[in-house]
Write a protein that binds this ligand. Structure first.
Ligand code: M7G
Length: 183
């Protein structure tokens, strides 16, 4: 018997395509609900660091699209980790795997239900990894998820991560949105 997960998770892949809208370029790859099926998938696909610039992976609970507009995300926000060029070879894949394992193992404890998913953006200058939560107004939950995130990926304590509300990200451009928490 395979080891069941508490949630069903869906992997998405985004590749820029000028002939399509951003939303149309988000492709649902597959869903899984056991630890073994997670590893088969993970071992079968490229590492995040091997994706072409401009591409993303997203892993979200089944039924939640990796977009601000989804009902589950529209009041939410994200804990954002910016990675400089050098970290693509040293940290990116490790952070991403640890976040996936933390999510599928419900490692955010009593706040795991507030986690919607995670995204990794491969970009020419700064790669980004973000954990998306469903309600930016739940401050205790947001903060606990952020602290747990830093702990799990063993983020250097002297470095900081920021939480941005999707509605702010939507109206500003990219990473320039203001943060409501920094830890
Ligand atoms: P990004 O890929 O999150 O970051 O956003 P980047 O600036 O580092 O590449 C790039 C652009 O993709 C945004 O300005 C939007 O046009 C589009 N985009 C990104 N997200 C996350 C969404 C989304 O959730 N919904 C929609 N409609 N567009 C998005």
């Amino acid at each position: 018997i395979k080891h069941p997960l508490q949630n069903i998770w869906t992997l998405w892949y985004y590749e820029p395509d000028k002939s399509k809208s951003w939303e149309e370029s988000q492709r649902e790859i597959t869903s899984f609900d056991t630890a073994e099926d997670f590893w088969s998938l993970y071992n079968h696909i490229k590492q995040a660091s091997e994706l072409r610039s401009g591409c993303d992976y997203s892993m979200f609970k089944q039924g939640i699209r990796p977009m601000w507009e989804d009902d589950a995300n529209k009041n939410g926000g994200r804990w954002l980790i910016n990675l400089d060029k050098r970290q693509r070879t040293t940290d990116l894949d490790n952070y991403w795997l640890e976040i996936l394992l933390c999510m599928i193992g419900e490692g955010f404890n009593e706040y795991s239900s507030d986690v919607c998913g995670a995204v990794v953006n491969i970009r020419p200058r700064v790669d980004k990894i973000a954990v998306w939560t469903g309600d930016s107004r739940l401050h205790a939950s947001v903060l606990e998820i952020g602290h747990k995130l830093k702990e799990r990926i063993r983020f250097p304590p002297k470095n900081f991560i920021n939480y941005q509300v999707h509605k702010d990200t939507m109206s500003k451009s990219g990473s320039m949105a203001k943060s409501i928490f920094t830890i």
